[in-house]
Design a binder for this molecule. Structure first.
Ligand SMILES: C[S@@+](CC[C@H](N)C(=O)[O-])C[C@H]1O[C@@H](n2cnc3c(N)ncnc32)[C@H](O)[C@@H]1O
Length: 418
């Protein structure tokens, strides 16, 4: 039987050191990245290539590049995801300092237990009282030891990444919390934290045994804006942008953000997290609805104007058959406008003979097909890249809520040459 292609999924990373510190369901395979980078270097007989991932997510591309000693840059504008990925890239830390700090944190937490904080409902639905108390104490202990060191950043990730393990709530495939579904076996937060730190210490030791130097830099950068990277500095881009499929990157981290006190309510996601993100879900665009067709007239969208106009019109009409709720037509307009902006700055930073790989899936909101790969290719050429082609890796059945359509969808690699 043919082996399933898992290169566009995070699945295999869960057995790889450091990658596995945070299960990022939106991620892709580190081993596949390594292969792409190695093949590119070999083909171009250039060992000193520079790689960019403008949607770095949990840091898969950058960590894969560190492992093989290749220089890399990344942008990630989701504050929590950026903080997690940045800490994963601090693997050149002194490993003893991580163990020592984690021990101090746990001792402090146990010795200073008082009462549980008042948390938003999503948190209280996920933990019983004794776990809420342990989580509060760990949070206070982290506050007590807070500083800018690498070991602190890593121990902080230990806390964040044990939160799902210590919750009795089930989670959906796409990382959403399902508080009504309960798990049979749950660890206490202290125990889950200590277990996570043990894994992390082992992983750091293993990564350091590769005997390479850290060459990655992750920036807190919105990929739609001009970055601090120099013109003509990038040889290879390996990335996966958000798909135009209504997945909400802000909501997916609501449990963690709520425990950390970064947000108090669902509405805070809009203010704190969403402004820096590509508009790939309908929740992000409702205010922009009246300007939808104006956005389409932006010169950056000229190469796809006729097609996207038709699709937006169909989506606007289809909306009425679905209770008039989701503004997919505005989402699609803004998604492609955002991506068009990203191609502009990619053109600036990429060398003339560069190669770009976007792992991407097409989509069909309300059953209206959107040829994402083709349109992104056209926008890349409009930005000044020479050519594009698509390599399909698998068929996909995206679970659109409220959907009753059967449009076949695919996932694969959009290759663009500079
Ligand atoms: C498909 S995920 C990438 C996952 C990554 N390949 C990995 O393995 O972890 C897309 C990422 O783009 C980020 N993102 C969305 N809009 C962005 C923007 N405007 N600038 C930078 N990053 C953005 C999201 O927060 C998300 O982490």
């Amino acid at each position: 039987m043919k082996k399933k292609d898992l290169s566009s999924t995070f699945q295999d990373n869960m057995s790889l050191p450091i990658h596995r510190w945070y299960r990022y369901t939106a991620g892709f395979s580190a081993e596949w990245v390594e292969q792409v980078v190695n093949e590119y270097s070999k083909k171009n007989e250039n060992k000193n290539i520079v790689v960019l991932d403008p949607f770095a997510g949990s840091g898969t591309t950058l960590l894969a590049c560190d492992k093989i000693g290749v220089t890399s840059y990344g942008y990630e504008s989701h504050p929590l995801v950026n903080r997690i990925a940045s800490a994963k890239l601090m693997w050149d830390v002194s490993v003893d300092s991580v163990s020592d700090l984690a021990k101090e944190v746990i001792i402090y937490a146990k010795e200073n237990e008082t009462t549980a904080d008042t948390f938003p409902e999503i948190v209280t639905k996920c933990y019983d009282e004794s776990n809420l108390l342990q989580i509060t104490s760990l949070k206070k202990a982290l506050k007590h030891y807070e500083n800018n060191s690498k070991e602190y950043s890593i121990v902080w990730v230990g806390f964040v990444s044990m939160l799902r393990a210590a919750s009795h709530a089930g989670t959906a495939t796409w990382q959403y919390v399902l508080p009504n579904k309960t798990k049979a076996k749950v660890s206490g937060a202290y125990e889950a934290f200590e277990k996570q730190i043990d894994i992390m210490v082992d992983d750091i030791n293993q990564f350091q045994s590769y005997n390479v130097q850290k060459r990655s830099t992750l920036l807190m950068q919105d990929a739609r804006e001009k970055s601090t990277l120099e013109d003509n500095s990038i040889d290879l881009v390996v990335t996966s942008p958000p798909y135009a499929n209504n997945y909400d990157y802000a909501d997916a981290t609501r449990l963690e953000l709520s425990v950390l006190g970064e947000i108090r309510s669902w509405g805070d996601l809009q203010k704190v997290i969403r402004p820096g993100l590509v508009r790939s879900c309908s929740q992000m665009v409702s205010k922009e609805k009246p300007k939808t067709y104006e956005f389409l007239k932006d010169p950056l969208l000229t190469p796809i104007y006729d097609e996207i106009y038709e699709v937006c019109k169909s989506l606007e009409a289809e909306k009425e058959n679905h209770g008039g709720k989701k503004n997919y037509y505005t989402m699609i307009a803004l998604y492609f406008l955002d991506l068009a902006k990203i191609w502009q700055d990619l053109r600036r930073v990429c060398k003339e003979d560069s190669l770009v790989c976007f792992v991407i899936g097409d989509s069909a909101p309300y059953g209206v097909y959107v040829p994402v790969d083709e349109w992104l290719g056209k926008l890349a050429v409009n930005a000044g890249f020479k050519e594009y082609w698509f390599e399909k890796t698998r068929d996909r059945n995206v679970k659109w809520k409220n959907r009753k359509h059967t449009v076949p969808l695919k996932e694969g690699r959009l290759w663009v040459r500079g």
